[in-house]
Ligand binder design. Structure first.
Ligand code: HPA
Length: 277
C-alpha cells in the first residue's frame, strides 16, 4: 500500500466513524482472538460493525467479531476494536494497522493491545496474562512503515527502545497483582503464521529470548509508536508452545482464550479506571 492509498483509506474510515461515534477518545483497546468480554464492561456503548465502516478492511478469522465499540470506562472515553486484522489473512502490514491510524485521528493517546499467544517460558501457565515488556519482530518481511512518506505520517525511523510504555506496563503489572489476576511478564515474538511453529522453531524462539509466541500485535505497536501513542500490551497464554506438545488447533486457542477472557477484561478495566494518561 502506498502513502496516497493509505491516507485515503484512513480518512474515509475516520469520517465514516466520526459521524456515528464522535471523537475525543483517550484510550483504544484492540481485542485479539477469542477475547470479547471487555466490551460488556463499557458504558454507553455504540457498536459499528467493520463492514459498515467505509475504507475499513474486514476481519476474516473465526473468533473475531469485527466491530468498533465506542463507550467509556470510569469516565474515560474508550475506542475498542473487537477483532483485528492479521498479516496471515493476506493483508499487508500497512492495512493491518489501519485501526491504529484511525484511533490516532480520533484523539487516542494510549493503546492497550491484546492477543492470544503460545507460552514458551517454563514459568508460564495456561490462562496467564503476560504483560508484554518487549518484543522480537520476526514479521520482518513487511513493515507497516515501509515505503510511506515521512511528511504525511512522521519519520519512518521510529525509536523502538521503549516501544512498550514503562508507565502503562507497570500499571498493567501492579493492578493485575493487586486484583490477584494470573499476571506474568515477558518478551513476545511474532511470526507471520498462520501455521503454528515446528518444534525446532520453538527451540529457536526460546534461544532467542522469546517468552511467548503469536502472529500479531507487533505491526500495531510499531505504528502506535510512530503516532506517539503510549502502548501497553497483554498476551493471554492459550497453549504451551513446548517442543513436546503435539496437539494444537485454532479451536483450542479460542477455547482457552474464552476461559481467560474475564480476567483480561478485569485487568483492562482496572488499568483504564486508574489511568491518568
Ligand atoms: N503460536 C503462534 N501463535 C499463537 C499460538 C502459538 O502457539 N497460540 C496462539 N497464537
Amino acid at each position: 500500500m502506498d502513502t496516497a492509498q493509505l491516507t485515503q483509506q484512513v480518512s474515509v474510515a475516520v469520517n465514516g466513524l466520526r459521524e456515528r461515534i464522535g471523537e475525543s477518545f483517550e484510550v483504544t483497546v484492540v481485542l485479539g482472538s477469542g477475547l470479547a468480554s471487555f466490551v460488556d464492561r463499557m458504558d454507553g456503548r455504540t457498536t459499528v460493525p467493520y463492514a459498515e465502516i467505509p475504507g475499513f478492511p474486514v476481519s476474516t478469522v473465526k473468533g473475531h467479531t469485527g466491530a468498533v465499540v465506542a463507550g467509556s470506562i470510569g469516565g474515560h472515553r474508550v475506542l475498542c476494536f473487537a477483532g483485528r486484522f492479521h498479516y496471515y489473512e493476506g493483508y499487508d502490514a500497512a492495512t493491518v494497522t489501519i485501526p491504529v491510524r484511525v484511533a490516532q485521528a480520533l484523539g487516542v493517546r494510549a493503546a492497550l493491545f491484546t492477543n492470544a499467544a503460545g507460552g514458551i517460558a517454563d514459568r508460564l501457565q495456561l490462562g496467564d496474562l503476560m504483560v508484554i515488556e518487549d518484543h522480537l519482530n520476526l514479521l520482518t518481511a513487511d513493515s507497516p512503515l515501509r515505503g510511506l512518506s515521512d511528511e504525511v505520517f512522521g519519520s519512518k525511523f521510529v525509536n523502538m527502545y521503549t516501544a512498550y510504555d514503562p508507565v502503562v506496563t507497570q500499571a498493567l503489572k501492579s493492578i493485575g497483582e493487586r486484583r490477584s489476576l494470573p499476571i506474568a511478564s515477558g518478551v513476545y515474538a511474532a511470526l507471520s503464521g498462520p501455521q503454528f511453529e515446528t518444534r525446532a522453531e520453538i527451540r529457536m524462539l526460546r534461544t532467542l529470548g522469546a517468552d511467548a509466541v503469536g502472529m500479531s500485535t507487533i505491526p500495531e505497536v510499531i505504528v502506535a509508536n510512530q503516532a506517539g501513542i503510549r502502548v501497553g500490551a497483554v498476551s493471554v497464554i492459550t497453549d504451551l508452545a513446548t517442543d513436546t506438545v503435539t496437539e494444537l488447533s485454532h479451536d483450542q486457542v479460542l477455547a482457552t482464550a474464552r476461559r481467560a477472557d474475564e480476567h483480561l477484561a478485569e485487568l483492562l478495566t482496572g488499568v483504564i479506571e486508574e489511568s491518568d494518561w
